[in-house]
Ligand binder design. Structure first.
Ligand code: PGA
Length: 261
């Protein structure tokens, strides 16, 4: 696994955008796996800025989002569908037909999950999957204990995750109790995975994901088994992973650790 350590959140976002744009320049029809939550907001902001400044045309990109609450109306202010519109899609030239987000309104959940898997497969697979990480090591909404062999499925959210997301809602009681999420195997099939983490609340999960044992109790630890993973971490998120690295003053010259096994 590759670890890019930078000073702060802004540099995490810049590095992630730079990495994705490099991949996009090599393949305009790139299939991106996208994430929601607080962490990727700066990454989307960077992409939007670069799109404006350099008149980038993202119309051939296909996107798959990691997850969506269930049940939730598509136009609910806190749905991940709305999150993606607000933070990314409505600011760039992107083809709505190429945007895939699990439906929080699906009556037949199994059909929705299986159609999502088929749509990913039909594109040839996800080229670059962006991930955040939960304080409990979750990726997507795959909570501790989720089988590594899981594909897209419905989950019950843990209290930890409900509390962590409660600030987006008027109160914790409003957070949906379920979600639909890509499974761990779905994520692991991506050709390249980029995990972003910022802030000290993520330090322990990052340490366990990178250097802990590979266990279903820490979903992100599965990434140690993937051939092409990059963690982009700020100082606080990287605080307990060890190593004596100089921190990069700017986003474009950063220290890289390669601990690939
Ligand atoms: P966050 O969520 O970016 O809002 O911290 C990350 C995650 O739970 O995967």
């Amino acid at each position: 696994m590759k670890v890019i350590r930078v000073e702060n959140y802004e540099q995490v976002s810049e590095n992630a955008a730079e990495l994705v744009l490099r991949e996009w320049q090599a393949n305009r029809k790139i299939v991106l796996g996208l994430a929601t939550g607080a962490t990727p907001v700066g990454f989307y902001r960077q992409l939007i800025e670069r799109h404006r400044e350099e008149q980038l045309d993202f119309s051939q990109i296909t996107t798959f989002n990691l997850d969506e609450y269930y049940p939730i109306a598509r136009n609910h202010q806190q749905s991940f569908y709305m999150f993606m519109q607000e933070h990314f899609f409505r600011h760039v030239t992107i083809d709505p037909a190429r945007i895939h987000i699990l439906s929080g309104e699906a009556a037949d959940v199994e059909a929705e999950c299986s159609s999502f898997e088929h749509r990913i497969a039909a594109t040839g697979g996800i080229d670059v999957q962006i991930l955040g990480i939960g304080q409990n090591g979750h990726i997507g909404f795959n909570e501790p204990g989720t089988p590594f062999r899981s594909i897209t499925h419905k989950v019950i959210l843990t209290d930890n995750t409900i509390q962590a997301n409660a600030h987006f809602f008027a109160e914790a009681a409003e957070v949906p109790r379920h979600a639909l999420t890509m499974g761990i195997e779905t994520i692991m099939r991506s050709k390249k995975i980029v995990l972003l983490a910022s802030g000290k609340a993520k330090a322990k999960a990052v340490q366990q994901a990178l250097h802990g044992s590979v266990t279903e109790e820490v979903p992100a630890s599965v990434l140690q088994n993937h051939p092409d993973v990059t963690f982009i971490l700020d100082r606080e998120a990287a605080a307990i992973i060890g190593g004596e690295s100089p921190y990069a003053p700017t986003g474009d010259s950063c220290w890289i650790e390669d601990n690939r096994r």
